[in-house]
Structures are given as structure tokens and as C-alpha cells.
Design a protein around this ligand. Structure first.
Ligand SMILES: [Zn+2]
Length: 318
């Protein structure tokens, strides 16, 4: 299997957000990618400039960051031509690797805008190299910029940043320095397309945590209150767990809970509701093994939340 290390540069409405299309807020103007074999050796490169069709004027921030000029874009290709070439260049046996989790979302939004078939697998797994880097070097706590990671690893900075092909090359070089066998199970799951029904719902076990992606619902409330979404069986043994702390909300999108499995101990639950581009809602649930400290943190969080609500009520009644 090959690794396709992908980086995109995009433009946005120069007139401001209110003039942008919600299903495609960012228009891709550059595709850069490096193909690596299973030994992480470079076996190919892809580098294309794209002439924008929707946001034709370069936003000042985009041109500043990317150093791409309005004139350069005139020599660019149409997105569909470049994207079709890119997908056939990728081949059939590969996994995408990106710095952060935004590129595949924008790639699919742009493909959808032009009516291109989305033939990516479901679930659509990829490697977020920024996340893998964080797991390797800071227990998953931090999220460094690509440049910061390159500098931390003391890699030679022989080209600029924010040119798609350069960032793809840097990302590929960072990947080479990861202890990949220790992080290769930590796939990310793209959620541009989400399960349409119960049968398609996704549950993945990553060892010390699991991720579940629900089907879509018409409202955020339905997604959050769905019995399937809230139900809690241990992701390690499948047995029902005892609820120590019931699901409680910290805002309109996020919920927490604490469970205990007879065999596997404390398990923390986090539930987030998210919206799709076609105004549906789905839930992402993460169950994670934790310890007494983790339990205490959840108790504290619930206490804070209750206090916060009490204050709000008092302010209202004043
Ligand atoms: Zn268990």
C-alpha cells in the first residue's frame, strides 16, 4: 500500500463570508502530493495549480500566505481536470496522509461542487500526521504547525512553507521520523459523508479508546438524545456498563459521562453532535479508558456545569 501525502491551498471569497457558498467556502487553487511506498520512500510527486471558477479574486490573506498571484492562477487548470488526474495518479491501493484534518473535507466539497463522483471508501480512513506526531511526541496533547514540527525535529528547511508541494514534502519527511508502527492504528475517520442508516454506522476500536459515528438525524436534539447514541456498552468486552455519571451537556453540542465496566474499569464518554453540509445532524461518541483522576475530572466538570446553570438562572430571575 502507498501513502499519498496530500496538501491543498485554497482561496476564499475576497468580499467576505456572506458572499461565500456554504457547501464550498474554500476553493482549491493548488494540489500538492507526494507518493510514498510502504518503506516511506518517495516514488512520485503531483503538483498542480488550479484556476478558480467561484472565488476568482484572490483573498489578500490567501495570496499573502501562499505567495500565489492572480496572474499565476490564469495559467492554472480547471479543478475537474486536475482532480481527475490526481485521483488516477493516486492509484488504487493507498491511504491519504494530511497535516491536520481539513484537506480531505475541502477536496470532497470541491469535488461535490463540480458533480464529481465520490468513490472514496466508507468509512473513509486517513492519517492525520499532525495527530500522529502529537501522539508520538506529546501524548496526543498538542497540535503543532507543520513548520514547528519540522523545526522540533531539526529537519533541514530547504524550501518555503504554504506551497502545496512543499508542505506535502515536509509532511512526508516528518512521517519518516515517526515511530510509525506505534501509531499506525490511530486512523482518522473523515466525516464529510456520514452513515445514512443504522447499518452503515461506524464503530472503531483503537485499543484504549473507541470512536462511534452515528447515522444522520433531522435535528441536533434527536442526534443527542438517540438511544443508540447514548447507549453504553464497554467497547472492549461489549458488556453493558454501569453509569457513574449520566450524560450531561457542557454546551449545545458536547456531552460527557462516566461509566464503569466490571472487567475494564473506568470508561469516560464524550459525545459531540455535528452538522453536515446538507443540514443534517450526527453524533460522534468517544469512549476512553481512564483512571481515578479522570473520574474526578468528570465530577468537577459536572459540578462546574451545575454551578454555571445555577448562576444563569439567578441572573435571569434578577
Ligand atoms: Zn469491558
Amino acid at each position: 500500500m502507498n501513502y499519498i501525502v496530500l496538501d491543498l491551498e485554497w482561496n476564499q471569497s475576497a468580499k467576505g463570508k456572506e458572499y461565500s457558498i456554504s457547501s464550498m467556502p474554500f476553493e482549491i487553487i493548488q494540489i500538492g502530493a507526494v507518493k510514498l511506498n510502504d518503506k516511506f520512500e518517495v516514488i512520485g510527486e503531483f503538483d498542480r495549480l488550479i484556476r478558480p471558477q467561484v472565488y476568482k479574486t484572490l483573498h489578500s490573506v490567501c495570496s499573502e500566505i501562499t505567495e500565489i498571484t492572480q496572474e499565476m492562477l490564469l495559467s492554472g487548470e480547471h479543478f475537474v481536470d486536475a482532480a481527475e488526474d490526481f485521483l488516477s495518479w493516486c492509484g488504487s491501493d493507498y491511504i491519504f496522509c494530511t497535516w491536520g484534518n481539513g484537506d480531505l473535507l475541502e477536496l470532497q466539497r470541491n469535488m461535490n461542487h463540480y458533480g464529481m463522483d465520490n468513490k472514496f471508501p466508507m468509512p473513509f480512513l486517513f492519517y492525520d500526521v499532525q495527530k500522529l506526531y502529537s501522539i508520538c511526541f506529546s501524548k496526543g496533547k498538542s497540535r503543532l504547525s507543520l513548520q514547528a514540527a519540522v523545526q522540533e525535529l531539526k529537519l533541514e528547511e530547504n524550501e518555503r512553507y504554504h506551497a502545496a508541494i512543499c508542505d506535502a514534502r515536509y509532511t512526508a519527511r516528518v512521517m519518516k521520523h515517526l515511530d510509525f508502527s506505534s501509531v499506525e492504528k490511530f486512523y482518522s475517520i473523515d466525516t464529510y459523508r456520514v452513515p445514512r442508516n443504522r447499518k452503515e454506522e461506524i464503530t472503531m476500536n483503537f485499543g484504549n479508546y473507541s470512536k462511534y459515528i452515528s447515522k444522520t438525524f433531522d435535528t441536533r436534539e434527536r442526534a443527542a438524545n438517540d438511544r443508540g447514541v447514548r447507549s453504553c456498552r464497554c467497547f472492549l468486552c461489549g458488556k453493558p456498563m454501569v453509569r457513574m455519571v449520566k450524560w450531561f451537556a457542557t454546551n449545545s453540542k458536547n456531552y460527557y459521562a462516566m461509566f464503569i465496566c466490571e472487567e475494564h474499569g473506568f470508561i469516560k464518554g464524550k459525545l459531540s453532535t455535528k452538522s453536515t453540509d446538507d443540514d443534517k445532524y450526527f453524533a460522534v461518541k468517544i469512549l476512553k479508558c481512564t483512571d481515578a483522576d479522570g473520574v474526578e475530572k468528570i465530577y468537577q466538570k459536572r459540578l462546574q456545569e451545575r454551578e454555571h446553570r445555577r448562576q444563569k438562572r439567578l441572573n435571569k430571575s434578577k
